[in-house]
Design a protein around this ligand. Structure first.
Ligand code: NAI
Length: 349
């Protein structure tokens, strides 16, 4: 089903509000989800609404959180999300980080005790829009086998980075430290499509192309991706005094309890390090250089990270967003949730 951005946002906002979120928070979450769908990151868009609605309805996302921000040093701060919507808390925490980096050149803000916050590039782009570099990492529930291991320990622990170029253009790099995010497997399940056999392993630790047989995600580039996932867990978990490793609360566990997840934002103000205009010029030059690299056989052009998604965002604005029918039918229905997600094995079919 093809829907406009405005219509999709309205449907998501209404559903989340009917599940129990305030209009303000429902609007904040909807903004992040529609951003993801518009950029083609369907794994973190409308497909998640029913899960969030079930968690909201069962009390596992605090609908009236007591958000607070404490500046703990000249360039450091902690945002307490009180287990409210991660999307809203992470956005507000990034606003605080930007404010600090304007003054001090750099800001490191920990976002404590939140629920899932979606596609991380949304938050780093907040920084890039005001001419700063944004970096964000967050914990996710244990779904990835460590290199050489046969059982999951770390989450898909994503890393996002954005840097501003000229004319509001930017480079946006945003990836799970697993070959693919769990949401991509969910997306394949919703479309009944196979996945490449290098994304995940089955219950025997063997590579699988069947999204319904996945029992552990593989880290990117073996030991190197596993090391990155560990770094993310230390920065967004251990550093913030939160549960870490396989103690991170599962996505589909007790939906009546908050998840106590962590996220860390780092904002760097280029103006404290170099001439800002030259910095932006050189980021734009990097984008152009990369586009002008001779393409390898089978490629039309080298893209810079985030280029495809930025183009898709413009297309979505013009031609609407393609949403799978099941998700659309759920969004337009009166159903809040169908008890699908509680107390399930994370890899349950
Ligand atoms: P992906 O594999 O689709 O893309 C990863 C990166 O590679 C992107 O920056 C993309 O622009 C770049 N890229 C892809 N193809 C390219 C090409 N041909 N040329 C140049 N660059 C290219 O992303 P992935 O790993 O599947 O993650 C999807 C989303 O899931 C992200 O937004 C991430 O933040 C989110 N996520 C959120 C989690 C959470 O708990 N909140 C957990 C895990 C992932």
């Amino acid at each position: 089903m093809n829907v406009t951005k405005e219509k999709l946002k309205d449907l998501i906002r209404t559903k989340l509000h009917n599940a129990g979120l305030s209009v303000e928070h429902a609007d904040g979450v909807a903004d992040v989800l529609v951003y993801a769908d518009a950029r083609g990151i369907h794994s973190h868009g409308a497909i998640r609404v029913e899960y969030y609605s079930e968690r909201i309805a069962k009390g596992g996302i605090n609908v009236n959180p007591d958000f607070s921000f404490e500046k703990t040093g000249p360039s450091a701060g902690l945002f307490n999300g009180d287990n409210g919507s991660g999307h809203v808390a992470a956005k507000k925490a990034m606003d605080e980080a930007i404010k600090m980096a304007k003054e001090t050149g750099i800001a490191v803000v920990g976002v404590k005790r939140i629920s899932h916050s979606g596609a991380l590039s949304y938050f780093v782009q907040q920084a890039a829009r005001v001419e700063m570099i944004g970096l964000s990492v967050c914990q996710a529930d244990p779904m990835a086998v460590p290199f050489g291991g046969a059982e999951p320990y770390y989450g898909t622990n994503p890393i996002a980075f954005a840097a501003p170029g000229k004319d509001q253009k930017m480079i946006t790099f945003d990836m799970a430290t697993t070959v693919k995010a769990w949401g991509k497997v969910l997306d394949a399940r919703s479309k009944n499509e196979p996945i490449p056999d290098n994304w995940a392993v089955d219950q025997h630790g063997e590579p699988t192309a069947d999204p319904f047989q996945v029992n552990g995600l593989l880290p990117i580039a073996g030991a190197k991706g596993y090391g990155l996932a560990m770094m993310v867990d230390i920065l967004s978990g251990i550093l913030l005094g939160l549960p870490f490793g396989n103690r991170v609360s599962p996505l589909y566990g007790d939906l009546s309890k908050g998840r106590d997840l962590g996220q860390l934002h780092i904002v760097i103000n280029p103006a404290f390090f170099t001439d800002l205009e030259t910095f932006k010029q050189n980021i734009s030059q990097t984008m152009a250089d990369l586009n002008n690299i001779t393409p390898a056989p089978g490629f039309e052009q080298v893209s810079y990270p985030g280029q495809g998604s930025a183009l898709r965002e413009i297309e979505s604005e013009q031609n609407g967003i393609e949403i799978v029918d099941d998700v659309y039918n759920y969004l337009i229905s009166d159903v809040i949730h169908s008890n699908k997600y509680g107390n399930k094995d994370p890899f349950a079919k």
